[in-house]
Design a protein around this ligand. Structure first.
Ligand SMILES: NC(=O)c1ccc[n+]([C@@H]2O[C@H](COP(=O)([O-])OP(=O)(O)OC[C@H]3O[C@@H](n4cnc5c(N)ncnc54)[C@H](OP(=O)(O)O)[C@@H]3O)[C@@H](O)[C@H]2O)c1
Length: 332
């Protein structure tokens, strides 16, 4: 028989990024206490063999879970329990104003950090794309990068210039479809000027400011790439369905900004490539409730691998283009 007390300080970090304290272990499972700081989003992860049960003690957050048959996002708050079966992709974050705390039971006992596989773009770039170093900037990184704050974007670019020098690949994976409670419009009647402006701010102006501050970091000689995730629904030529006004228009604006920036970039960096990419339909929080049956809905890891392959195959002649996840051009 064992008895333990909650350690004062965390014992370790989980592969996804939570601070963890070991509470109990036995031959059939183990139990940990996890905390996620305010504002933190942990890495999208999948466990190979271990099942987990979570019980939330305090704070507010959200978790996205996705398996072969379904995906969903649920709120995490005191009293809520969830399970994470082996093989389920999941990502969670603290959305509240205090630390998010939960108890996590793993069965069988956690075998070691090789148990977790990551499902984001960064892992694929780190794994085999030939880049020496991958730097991930986001709203909770240090320094933080918020697309709605140009000073933050500039500070991030300055820091990368000072500490790293030249950058060979800039990959922008940001964007938003649902803005707060505003779901994509089905009809002109639903147009809201504030939602149109917010969608443009995140999906077009933010990436434009990334280009303004980060494209000067691309080396003047040799191949380099700036890629931003647009969406096929931003194609004007391909729009046969209508609806989703704010998102479509903002992505169409993004495509024009990429095209225009590519022309200026080509004068200074003839070997640089500046493109918009459609990742295909991917199981992420963005597509929850929107991925229609019959579509090829990809796991994030599969989409990331395909996008890395497209990035690797592009040549300077492709600059200014709009491509899908197989490398095929999409009409404007
Ligand atoms: N999923 C699809 O099927 C699909 C299809 C076509 C196109 N796309 C495009 O692919 C891109 C990525 O989408 P996703 O499916 O991966 O969606 P997601 O899981 O919702 O990711 C969106 C990302 O954008 C970041 N972001 C949002 N607002 C930001 C801000 N103000 N400053 C900094 N970062 C911000 C989010 O950061 P936090 O983590 O901090 O919230 C998150 O990392 C988007 O441009 C989307 O339009 C996706």
């Amino acid at each position: 028989m064992k008895q333990t007390r909650l350690p004062e300080k965390p014992d370790a970090k989980s592969p996804a990024g939570a601070d963890i304290r070991f509470i109990m272990d036995g031959p059939t499972g183990n139990m940990i206490h996890s905390t996620v700081p305010v504002g933190q989003t942990n890495r999208a992860t999948r466990h190979r063999t271990v099942h987990e049960f979570w019980h939330v003690l305090s704070g507010h957050g959200q978790i996205w879970r996705s398996d072969d048959s379904s995906q969903r996002v649920v709120d995490l708050e005191a009293g809520v329990s969830i399970d994470i079966p082996a093989g389920t992709a999941f990502q969670y974050r603290n959305t509240g104003e205090s630390v998010l705390q939960f108890i996590c039971i793993s069965m069988p006992p956690w075998p070691g950090d090789d148990e977790a596989e990551f499902v984001d773009m960064r892992d694929h770039l780190e794994a085999g794309s030939g880049y020496d170093k991958v730097i991930a900037l986001h709203r909770t990184s240090s320094p933080p990068l918020d697309l709605l704050n140009e000073r933050m974007i500039q500070a991030c670019a300055d820091r990368v210039r000072e500490e790293e020098g030249d950058v060979r690949l800039l990959f922008d994976a940001t964007g938003a479809l649902t803005l707060g409670s505003a779901r994509p419009e089905k009809s002109l009647r639903e147009l809201d000027p504030e939602v149109l402006a917010r969608s443009y701010a995140i999906n077009a102006i933010g990436p434009a400011l990334l280009m303004k501050h980060f494209l000067p970091l691309l080396p003047k000689e040799g191949r380099s790439v700036f890629a931003t995730l647009s969406a096929r629904v931003g194609s004007i030529g391909d729009n046969g369905l209508g609806g989703w006004f704010a998102y479509r228009a903002a992505k169409a604006g993004l495509n024009q900004l990429v095209r225009t920036a590519s022309i200026e970039l080509a004068r200074k960096n003839p070997a640089a490539i500046c493109i918009a990419l459609h990742p295909g339909t991917v199981k992420t929080p963005l597509t929850e409730n929107f991925a229609k049956t019959g579509l090829d809905v990809q796991e994030p890891a599969v989409a990331a691998e395909r996008l890395v392959n497209v990035l690797t195959s592009l040549t300077p002649a492709d600059t200014g283009g709009f491509f899908d996840q197989t490398g095929r051009p999409i009409p404007w």
